[in-house]
Design a protein around this ligand. Structure first.
Ligand code: URA
Length: 435
């Protein structure tokens, strides 16, 4: 079998066999097939797609590229959540300790920034000392002690996804239903969970711009989960503006601390409660989501979630004093304000452009080997539907390098649309899809 023939076959819109998919996944993972050929194949998959059977084969090959954790010795249901990626989406960092504080085990395996979107691991690493590369023994030990651990893919867990994810990030091959579905489901199914809540984003800051594509992605992932005997619920949620206000690694951690202390932006709280309520339902802690929401609100306001968050930081080697005093988290040297040049209402935010502006400042990667700047980013102060007066502040950019600010500022400026009329309010949670 030759990778060249597989590339041509997919480029010409033909269906790949299980053997061909296994050949490419194993060959790439073991280093026998170079990046440039896999980039070409990913681009062919991006344009020609894969059917459900090919997507299931791809997921299975990616799971089998590594180890599958067995968490059955830990009592209770193990439930995780995963988002398809958005701008300012920091929900996992709030949700994991929150759900753990209610008594459901959350073995969370996350990714790094992808394209214009941020990644949970990068955000967590802005906490000094925080280790996302726990060994399997440490991971299991933390789950036993505090019901939660948040890790990256070890060399052993779906290593094929780890390599492909990094390659997709820099080759314009992210927004593909089979590639996203297999990426998410391979790592989630390898981590030993019983159930999964998916946050499938749609809108101008999501990989799935159209709601119908988000629904299709959700259904493909739910079907893969069901086939593997897992409970899966997917929420289709709006990503036509950043979630919360902060975008950029340490800025987002600061916002998470606010929410965990019972404060913070309402949209971020609402989505966290909704996803969390479904996690509690899958974890058999409640039999309806409204009860779940009530419990979670209580755990945010009485400090239980915040305390569990600090326990988690400690067990991951992180410096809890930076949580007690967030000014110890990485901070940018300079700030620049974006002021409105007219009166009116914010009618639209080009969310992808805002994510790109934050990446230009250094919060995301352009090449696999890039180091990100944990301190930089953007805090938006006005969002869709808000009234704005001329010269009032729309957002603040946090930066460390003078040569990046001009372009990032322009992108952010052009991302805001202001009109005379107040736009119609959009629903944050659009649909629920059950497997
Ligand atoms: N999250 C993932 O883990 N993979 C993707 O492809 C997109 C979002």
């Amino acid at each position: 079998m030759r990778i060249y023939d597989i590339i041509l076959k997919k480029r010409n819109s033909n269906k790949l066999t299980k053997e061909e998919i296994v050949f490419f996944v194993n060959g790439y993972t073991k280093g026998g097939i170079p990046d440039y050929q896999v980039s070409a194949l990913l681009m062919a998959i991006y344009f020609q797609g894969m059917d459900d059977e090919e997507t299931a084969f791809l997921t299975e090959a990616m799971i089998k590229s590594g180890e599958v954790y067995d968490l059955s010795l830990i009592p209770g249901k193990k439930i995780d959540k995963h988002s398809t990626g958005g701008v300012g989406d920091k929900v996992s960092i709030i949700l994991a300790p929150l759900i753990a504080s209610v008594g459901v085990v959350v073995p969370m395996m996350s990714g790094r920034g992808l394209g214009h979107t941020g990644g949970t691991l990068d955000k967590l690493e802005s906490i000094p000392g925080f280790r996302t590369n726990l060994t399997k023994e440490e991971f299991i030990s933390n789950l036993k002690k505090i019901n939660v651990a948040m890790i990256g893919q070890s060399e052993n867990i779906a290593p094929a996804d780890k390599k492909l994810y990094a390659l997709r990030d820099v080759t314009g091959t992210i927004e593909s239903i089979p590639l996203i579905a297999s990426s998410i489901m391979s790592k989630k199914l390898a981590e030993g969970i019983d159930g999964l809540v998916l946050d499938v984003k749609t809108g101008n800051g999501a990989f799935m711009k159209k709601e119908k594509d988000a629904v299709r992605l959700a259904k493909v992932m739910a079907a893969i989960g069901k086939k593997m005997g897992k409970d899966v619920v997917a929420l289709i949620t709006d990503m036509n503006q950043p979630l919360g206000n902060a975008i950029g690694n340490s800025l987002e951690i600061k916002e998470c601390i606010e929410v965990l202390k019972g404060r913070g932006p309402q949209d971020l709280i609402d989505i966290t409660l909704e996803l969390g309520a479904y996690m509690l339902k899958l974890g058999r802690k409640v039999n309806n989501v409204s009860k779940g929401r009530d419990i979670l609100k209580r755990h945010l306001s009485d400090g239980s979630a915040y305390e569990r968050f600090k326990d988690m930081i400690r067990l991951h080697g992180g410096d809890v004093s930076a949580i007690n005093n967030p000014s110890l988290l990485p901070s940018a040297r300079y700030t620049k304000e974006l002021l409105s040049d007219k009166n009116g209402y914010i009618s639209k935010m080009d969310t992808e452009a805002i994510g790109i502006a934050s990446c230009i400042l250094g919060a995301g990667r352009e090449r696999i080997e890039d180091r990100i700047d944990l301190a930089v980013g953007i805090v938006v102060e006005k969002k869709v539907g808000d009234k704005i007066r001329r010269s009032e502040r729309l957002a603040t950019l946090y930066y460390n390098s003078e040569d990046k600010i001009t372009e990032a500022y322009k992108r952010l400026h052009d991302a805001y649309q202001i009109s005379r009329q107040r736009p119609k309010k959009r629903r944050l949670i659009k649909r629920i899809i059950m497997a």
